[in-house]
Structure formats: C-alpha cells, structure tokens
Design a protein around this ligand. Structure first.
Ligand SMILES: [Zn+2]
Length: 561
C-alpha cells in the first residue's frame, strides 16, 4: 500500500500525524522528544514611523505573543510653541510628545526620538527604538497617531507560538540498539514543502504494510529506523503562513541596522550550513558567516541552532545509526560527501575512499531505479555523485557532519526532477512548491527511494559475504609492469609491495580520478604483492585478520621484463 498524503502539511500537522502513528503502532514504534526546543514560531512586535532619515522603528522586548502585540506608541505634536521632547508611559501605551520651536513646528529628529525613548526607564522595559538601517536619523519626524506594535505573524492560533518540540519516530521491531540504524530526515529548508511528505509517506508505508508485506517486515524487523519529518519547524510554519520563500529558521541575529520590520523576511539561520564539518568558520565556501540576511547565513557559530544540535544529539545518542538520508528539493539529485571545498585552490574535504565510492555508485543504481519505478522519472547521471561534483560547495552541511565525524554514510536527495514539456521540447524546473498534484508525485517517488535506502541498509546489516579479489596485470613494457585489482563487490584493497604482511596501515587501492576506475600500480622489478580486501560491512576476504598474526592473505608474484 502507498499514497498516504493528500495535501501539503505544516509542521504542527506532520508532528501530530507522527504522534498518532506512535499511538497506533506501539509495538513497532516509539516517539523520541529531541532535547533542544526550537526558538519557536514567534517574533518580537514592531512598528515603524516615518521614512528614510526621519524614520524611527521600535521593537518590543517581549515576543508579540507574550505581550509585545499589546504595546502601542504614538508621536504627538504638542500644539504649543517651544515644547520639550518628552516620553510618557501609561500601561502599555508609549507616548512621545515631540519638541517644537518658537512657531510651534516640530523639531525632534529621528535620532533624538530614539534616544529619548531608550532613555525612559518605563519605555525601555517595553521596547527599544532605533533609527533606520544605520541612518544617523537627522531628519525631523512627523506626528503619528496611536499605532499598535505587531509581530505580523499570520498563522492561525492552532500553530503554537511556543518553542517547538521536535519529535523523531523510531520504527523497528527491535529498538534496543542491536540493529543497524538509519536516520531519514526532511525539511531542513523551510520552503521545500514536498520534503516532509516524503518522510510522512515513508513512515506510513513501513507501519501500514508491516502486517501484510514480507518485504516491509524484513526492513522493520532487521533495522532501527529514525525518521525526523521536519528539521526546521519554525521556518516551515513561516513559509506556509507568512513568506513562502523562507529557507532558514526564524531566529534573528541581525543588529539594529538590519532589524527593521522591512527586513523580517531576511532573518534566520540556514540549518544545513550550521554544522561543524567543513564549515564557513573553517574556511569552506557556500555559506555566509557575516551577512545575517544571506539565505545561506551559517549562524553566529557552528551548531548554534537547536535544530542542528538535535540532529547531532540523535546520531551521538544512537551510535548504531550507520546510514542517513537528508531530503531536500528541488532538481532531482542523489548525492554524498564531500559537500564542501575551500575557495583557496578549491581544496575539497577528503574524498571517500575507493571502496566506499564504489559502494555509493552501486547503491545509487539500485535506489534510483526504485525512484524511477514509480512514474518513470530518471535522475540524470550528472545529478548523481559527490555534492561538490554535481551541485556546489555547501559549507557546514549535515551529511558531511555525519560522515566525517562519525562515519555515517550521509546521502542527500533533492526531490523534484525537472519535467519534460513536449510542447517546448525542454525540461522545466518544478520549484519549491509545485501544485500539489506534482508534489504528490515527488513524495511517492522519493518515498520509494527511502524504502530502497532501507533495503540497501538491510543488505548492509545482514551482509556476511566476504569479498573476493584478483590481481590483474594491465600493461607490461621493458622494465615496468602495471597491475591492479578487481573485486567481486565494492571493497577496499590494502596491499604491500615489500613482502610484508598487509594491514590497515598498508597502501590502499585508490581511484585513478574522479568518476574513473581504480588506479594502476606500476613496479620496476620483480616483486611479491600481498593484499586483502574488506567490504563496506566490514567483511574481510578469507576471514583474514589484518591486526592479527595469520598469513591467509593473498600473495602473487609480479614479474618485470
Ligand atoms: Zn534544501
């Protein structure tokens, strides 16, 4: 059975859905409350008076939902000559009586009004006043009647204004850490509305098909699956109700010069740039450390955001997690580390080794064939591979965090492949929020992909087959012989050329280059090659113990003419 989503859902609804699944399937699931609550779908209340050099804007101390929205402010012309600038507060009403000259005309400038408000102890408890975008505020302000401050948030009251409790649904027959764990997570970027549906559809299929479908039962019985449907709930609420192109969370790190109400759609931290590996703070590119209004703002420091810390907490708390999938949109990509490079000489994070790269390619063939099965959508070869090769550098992304810090295979989907338009003969991009009919198709396709990942993970978890290798001479000239190894499955090969016992410290067979086969090794005199291989699941050829004493490794003489 499939097809469990029929509309776009906000994080409140998605989380309620997951809570319902946990209640309905208590034997197969548990709900994990992640330890760090988000800042919440909430904002300080603001009001702005005047334009340009005559502008003053105010920001409430309390969030709008916690009293900020009840504050009012007015700029009054006193109607008398030679009046002083005065600020008075009655309850939550701030009244600024503006200064006048001898003929009764207003003389208070924006800077003077802001300073007077901030100097008034009662007013300062309620709000802070600023001039506009760093302007010195020398313009004379105009009188403005009583104006309410507002957080301007438009979600219905059913969307809580409190810090959000993120929840992971853990699915598995044996949830004791003894099974290989897989972490599926969605919607790090708020505007990618299809992505939570991929996580919801995946969870529903696993649980509702368990009783009748033997393939599903194998997955749920043999794996420990952690699904986080919305990594960025505050931003996602904001995207659905306030500003659809919101990518980041809602936490505003901007100074007063960028914190006026007109900037409210430009605040927040890009969660997928806030991690600690290959970050902008380490010199990698594809994020901003300095611009609080950049759409790839990395935050004030690595892991500053609760959303990112929750991901790290999960993979640290459940060390059985060995594979992960970070689902984004759009474009139709399937990618893996490395995901970042430095500007200087385009220095990339270390490439995965030959055996792992081979495993990724083999796995991707299977996973993408399952995506394609749903509706014929092909993921183009140019959109499969390491992030840095097929897309861009994304400093501080979560897949790199998982792989380089913990050895967790960190995959990324970008759902929503371009669609062929027969009328124009061209492919067109689907966008972040396609009509639901298209979003539904993408959710089905990539839920197929997630199930395929779980099948790959199960194969990894249950793999007991040792790899087999052979040495092949590929070229012989006078004084030089080149050879390489072929393997029965993706595996790393460790070898020595000096007759010594091969260990994990020995030379490791490498790739000849990006998207190329394995390297050739050239020798200039007769030697004996000693080697063994190990697959991604840790099975060693012939059950050899590289850190033991045995001699059951492979040996072969290579002759040079
Ligand atoms: Zn994204």
């Amino acid at each position: 059975m499939s097809d469990f989503v029929d509309h776009y859902m906000d994080p409140t609804e998605v989380t309620a859905r997951f809570t319902g699944l946990a209640t309905e399937f208590p034997k197969l699931t548990e709900l994990i409350d992640l330890p760090y609550k988000t800042n919440g779908y909430r904002r300080n209340a603001q009001a702005q008076f005047g334009t340009a050099a005559s502008t003053v804007y105010v920001t409430s101390t309390a969030y709008g939902s916690e009293g900020g929205n009840d504050i009012t402010m007015s700029l009054l012309s006193p109607g008398t000559a030679n009046a002083p600038l005065m600020v008075s507060v009655a309850g939550k009403a701030v009244t600024v009586s503006l200064a006048t000259n001898g003929s009764g005309a207003i003389t208070s400038t924006a800077a003077q009004v802001a300073a007077a408000v901030n100097a008034n102890a009662d007013a300062a408890k309620l709000l802070t006043a600023s001039t506009y975008r760093g302007n010195t505020g020398t313009g004379v302000v105009a009188a403005v009647p009583v104006t309410g401050l507002t957080d301007n948030l438009k979600a219905p009251a059913s969307v809580s204004r409190e810090p959000f409790q993120m929840k992971v649904l853990r699915i598995g027959k044996h949830r004791d850490g003894s099974k290989v764990g897989v972490f599926l997570y969605c919607q790090e970027h708020a505007r990618e509305w299809v992505t939570p549906l991929v996580c919801v559809e995946s969870a529903e299929r696993l649980l509702r098909n368990y009783a009748k479908d033997p393939d599903t039962r194998k997955i749920v019985d043999d794996l420990d699956i952690f699904i986080l449907p919305v990594v960025n709930p505050d931003g996602a609420h904001y995207s659905m109700y306030d500003f659809n192109m919101q990518r980041r969370n809602m936490t505003n790190y901007c100074p007063a010069s960028n914190a006026d109400p007109g900037r409210s759609n430009a605040w927040g931290v890009d969660i997928n740039r806030n991690f600690s590996v290959g970050s902008v703070f380490d010199g990698y590119i594809g994020a901003s450390a300095t611009s609080c209004t950049s759409d790839t703002f990395a935050g004030p420091s690595e892991l500053s955001e609760p959303e990112a810390r929750n991901e790290v907490w999960l993979v640290d708390t459940f060390p059985n997690i060995k594979l992960s999938m970070n689902t984004h949109s759009y474009g139709g990509y399937f990618m893996w580390p490395p995901g970042a490079y430095k500007a200087d000489g385009r220095e990339v994070l270390p490439r995965v080794d030959q055996g792992t790269e081979a495993y990724f390619w083999t796995s991707s063939d299977y996973i993408l064939s399952r995506v394609q099965e749903y509706g014929g959508t092909a993921i183009w070869p140019g959109r499969t591979g390491p992030v840095t090769d097929v897309l861009y550098s994304a400093a501080g992304n979560s897949a790199d965090e998982h792989w380089y810090n913990r050895g967790i295979i960190g995959w990324d989907f970008e759902v929503g492949a371009d669609i062929y338009n027969p009328a124009t003969g061209r492919f067109t991009a689907v966008g972040f929020q396609p009509p639901f009919a298209e979003g539904h198709e993408e959710a089905m396709e990539f839920a197929n992909g997630n199930i395929a990942i779980l099948e790959v993970a199960r194969a990894y978890a249950t793999d007991k087959i040792q790899p087999k290798t052979s040495l092949k001479v590929v070229k012989q000239e006078a004084g030089a012989t080149a050879f390489t190894f072929s393997t029965s499955e993706p595996a790393n090969v460790y070898y020595t050329l000096d007759g010594s016992r091969p260990t994990y410290g020995s030379s490791k067979l490498a790739l000849a280059g990006m998207r190329e086969g394995v390297q050739n090794i050239t020798v200039n005199s007769d030697i004996t090659v000693n080697w063994f291989s190990i697959d991604i699941a840790g099975n060693v050829e012939s059950n050899y113990k590289p850190d033991g004493q045995g001699s059951n490794y492979n040996k072969q003489r290579v002759a040079v003419q």
